[in-house]
Ligand binder design. Structure first.
Ligand code: IMP
Ligand code: MG
Length: 179
């Protein structure tokens, strides 16, 4: 059965959209005349960035950075492979890196370390979801959508083994369920 394992809806479509609009309004204030580069970390953040940037009124550029797990490298090293790098130069630009969820924080820490040497004028982080219970490294998060309980979630870009990204809401997923 297709959506087996998908449980309770944690954040519905309307709630997502209104929070995204609030986050865009905060960015509008902060980035007036700054022409930021908004980086969508793929794949998880792509719906979020699409909605967020459409709600922004300040001019901006959008670029994509795709990451994937490195075969044979433990997840808890935080080391990921950049499988598609940015097309744009971020030197001397105001940059906002957008992620779907911050869990341990290791992925974001790794990405920040990768982007900082490119000498952006500023570099801020925007995350839709935050699971603070699992945090291993503290990171400065400028824009933050929702804190969630320590449960695995899917939808609005987030997947379980590549499924469920397209759901328009965020739901709990029972990872013990077999599809
Ligand atoms: P971190 O390095 O532990 O912060 O992990 C962040 C990455 O793990 C995110 O970009 C997601 O791709 C993935 N991830 C963490 N928690 C979840 C979840 O509950 N559902 C789906 N993906 C998740
Ligand atoms: Mg991700």
């Amino acid at each position: 059965m297709k959506h087996q394992g998908v449980g309770k809806i944690l954040i519905g479509e309307k709630e997502l959209q209104s929070r995204v609009a609030e986050m865009a309004a905060a960015m509008d204030e902060d980035y007036r005349d700054k022409h930021p580069v908004i980086i969508s970390v793929l794949k998880g953040a792509f719906y979020f960035v699409a909605d967020l940037t459409r709600a922004l009124t300040v001019p901006c550029n959008v670029d994509f950075l795709a990451i994937s797990q490195m075969p044979g490298v433990s997840r808890d090293t935080g080391i990921v492979r950049i499988s598609k790098d940015l097309d744009l130069s971020i030197a001397d630009r105001h940059v906002i890196m957008v992620e779907d969820i911050i869990d341990t924080g290791l992925t974001l820490a790794y990405l920040l370390q990768n982007l900082q040497p490119r000498r952006p004028k500023s570099l801020q982080v925007c995350v839709l979801l935050d699971n603070p219970a699992r945090r291993l490294v503290e990171l400065p998060i400028r824009y933050h959508g929702f804190s969630i309980p320590d449960q695995f979630v899917v939808g609005y870009g987030l997947d379980y083994r590549e499924d469920y990204r397209h759901l328009p809401y965020i739901a709990v997923y029972d990872t013990n369920q077999e599809k």
